[in-house]
Design a protein. Sequence first.
Length: 375
Amino acid sequence: MPIKILFACGGTAGHINPALAVAGLVRERWPGASILFAGNPSGMEATLVPKAGYDFAPIEVLGFQRKLNLRNIRNNLAAAGYLLTATGKAKKIIREFAPDICMGTGGYVSGPVVRTAAKMKIPTLTHESNAFPGVTTRLLCKYVDKVLLGVPQAERYLQAEGKIATTGNPVREEILAAKREESRRKLGIGTDKICLLSFGGSLGAQRLNEAIADVVAWHEDRRDIYHIHGTGQYGVELFTQLLWERGVNPESSANLDWREYIDDMPACLAAADLVICRAGALSISELQAAGRASVLIPSPNVAGNHQYHNARPLAEKNAAILIEEKDLTGEGLVNIIADLAADPGELRNIGRNAAKMAITDAGRRILNEIEQLLT
């Protein structure tokens, strides 16, 4: 009889995409498996999950905000109201779907769904992708049967003795399969150029866009550098303005490919020699899997400053260069890139060090943990 698995995730792509990756692997291993996702009807998951072809059960959950102002007080009142009804709604979803196993991958919605499943004696597990675990993971530790970690450094913050397994973060197969030469041909990049890839996430990051504009102005007259940059949704107009201010025509720059969103990341990552980006857990896992040198600029606007914790282990092993946003300047970033461009051997060495930290079979490890709970 085909298995039935319930996923609970939401809030950010970093919580949703691992669950989608595992769901795809579940279907490969157990053809005919029934898969259901529970998430917020107003969250990214409500769009991404159905788009990926999976059934979606809405359940409204909000997180509590620590900083008190009028807006956050209203949010916390609404969060308290949703919390009172979340367990009942989670129980209804679980009873109707009757899953054989329930897996959470983060986000506030994971809490009531996975906890309720555990109390209903359904095998449960939670996956934490970051080096500094989110509050949901820390709360679920005492309820779930297994805690899966994307990076081993997260274990020091958890009280889950005997339950922990380091599986890594699932990386898209396209990332692993993409080849440098083929990707460069596809993107029209010469083999003799140093390729920079930079992005700040789907929404964009103002400080990063500002620094990258300085980088573009620096290499505008160089023919040995090709640069791919993703501005993010809110960075398009800003980046255009910044380039004009620096004397760069954004429409005719010969060695610059800039867009709102990089939708061919496997090819761009394979073509790149150096990546400048935030330090989200999945981005780092992809950098390691591809063996790419990087300059990591953690977002300071995330819970627990977890992107800094994600980046620090790489910096300590010379597998990336870490710049905190408070220290980020265009001039400083240009100096780092110029030094690396002048020393290709060090650029390759940083990439090799990143590759040594990669866990490329995370999907298989996670499936094995699921299978063990099913037996």
